[in-house]
Design a protein around this ligand. Structure first.
Ligand code: HH2
Length: 287
C-alpha cells in the first residue's frame, strides 16, 4: 500500500509504528512530561531509536472535555521541537486541527497532518494540498468538549466508514489526491466503550476501502475501564488492542510505548500474512 507524504512515498509492507510526542501540559496520559523542548526532543529521539517509523507531534490535548488551544500557543509549544527534529530525517506528523499550525509545521519540514477533526477547519484542505502533505482523516462525533456525553450509533462500523468516505471525497474534491490520505476510526472520540470494541472488531471493513488505516488505542480509557487500571498500567491492554487492529488490517499504530508495540505488532503482522497465505483461494471472502 502506497501512502504519499510530500517527497516520501511510503510503501507500507508491514505495519508502521507512530510514536506520540505530546508537547502539552495536559495530555491524558503524559501531560506535562514533555511540555518543555528540553524533555520533548530527547524523548522523540528515544522513540526513533526504539523503532518508531513516524513521530506524531501534538501541542494540543484532545482528551474528553478539553478546549481548543489557540494557534499561537500551539506554535509556541511545537516549533522548537519540530525544528530540532526536522534535521534528523525522521518522518514527522503534526497532530493539529488548525490550518495555520499545519501550514507552519509543514513549512518547517513535517510531512503529515494528523487531523482529528477530518478537515473541520475550512482552510485545512488548501494547506494540505499546497504542501502535498500526507493527511490522516480521523473520525470523531462532535468535539472533544462534549463528544463523550452521549455518543449514539445504530451501526458504528458502518457509520464511521461512511462518514470517513464522505471526508475522503471532500478532500479529493479540494485537490488532495487519495494516495495521500489515511483513515483513522478515532477510538475514544465520540464513542462509548461498546462502540470502541465494535469498531475494532470490524476494523477490516475500514481497511477494505484500500487506504492505510491508522489506529490509536494507546493507554485509552476503554482499556482502563475494562481492566480497572490507571493510565500508567495499560500497556498490556494497549498491546492486545494494537495487535488485533493489525491482524484486521491496520497499517499504522499510534502509540506512547514504541518498543513493545513494534514487537507485538510484528507478531500480529506475521499471523495476518500466514492467514492470507494459508487460506485456500475458494475460502477467501470477496470484498
Ligand atoms: N488520539 C489522541 C490524539 N490524537 N490522532 C489520531 N489520528 N488517532 C488517535 O486515536 C488520536 C489522535 C489522544 O491521545 P493523546 O495524544 O495521547 O492524548 P491527548 O489528546 O490528551 O494529548
Amino acid at each position: 500500500m502506497l501512502w504519499r507524504c510530500r517527497d516520501r512515498a511510503l510503501e507500507i509492507e508491514r505495519p508502521l509504528v507512530m510514536g506520540i510526542v505530546n508537547i502539552t501540559p495536559d495530555s491524558f496520559s503524559d501531560g506535562g512530561r514533555y511540555a518543555d523542548p528540553a524533555a520533548a526532543i530527547p524523548h522523540a529521539r528515544r522513540l526513533l531509536a526504539e523503532g518508531a517509523d513516524l513521530l506524531d507531534l501534538g501541542a494540543e490535548s484532545t482528551r474528553p472535555g478539553s478546549d481548543p488551544v489557540p494557534a499561537v500557543e500551539q506554535l509556541r509549544r511545537l516549533m522548537p521541537v519540530l525544528e530540532a527534529l526536522a534535521g534528523d530525517d525522521a518522518i514527522l506528523s503534526v497532530d493539529t486541527a488548525n490550518a495555520e499550525v499545519a501550514d507552519r509545521a509543514l513549512a518547517a519540514g513535517a510531512r503529515i497532518v494528523n487531523d482529528v477533526t477530518a478537515l473541520g477547519d475550512p482552510a485545512m484542505p488548501e494547506v494540505v494540498a499546497r504542501h502535498g502533505a500526507g493527511l490522516v482523516l480521523m473520525h470523531m462525533r462532535g468535539d472533544p468538549k462534549t463528544m463523550q456525553l452521549d455518543p449514539r450509533y445504530e451501526d458504528v462500523a458502518r457509520e464511521v466508514r461512511r462518514e470517513l468516505l464522505d471526508r475522503l471525497r471532500e478532500a479529493v474534491a479540494a485537490g488532495i489526491p487519495a494516495d495521500r490520505i489515511a483513515f483513522d476510526p478515532g477510538v475514544g472520540f465520540g464513542k462509548a466503550m461498546t462502540h470502541n470494541y465494535a469498531m475494532l472488531a470490524r476494523l477490516d471493513e475500514l481497511a477494505a476501502i484500500g487506504r492505510p488505516v491508522v489506529v490509536g488505542v494507546s493507554r485509552k480509557s476503554f482499556i482502563g475501564r475494562t481492566l480497572d487500571l490507571p493510565v500508567d498500567q495499560r500497556l498490556e491492554g494497549s498491546l492486545a488492542a494494537a495487535s488485533i487492529a493489525v491482524f484486521q488490517g491496520a497499517l499504522v499504530i499510534r502509540t506512547h510505548d514504541v518498543m513493545p508495540t513494534v514487537r507485538a505488532v510484528r507478531i500480529a503482522h506475521e499471523l495476518r500474512n500466514t492467514r492470507r497465505d494459508s487460506t485456500p483461494a475458494h475460502l477467501i471472502k470477496s470484498e
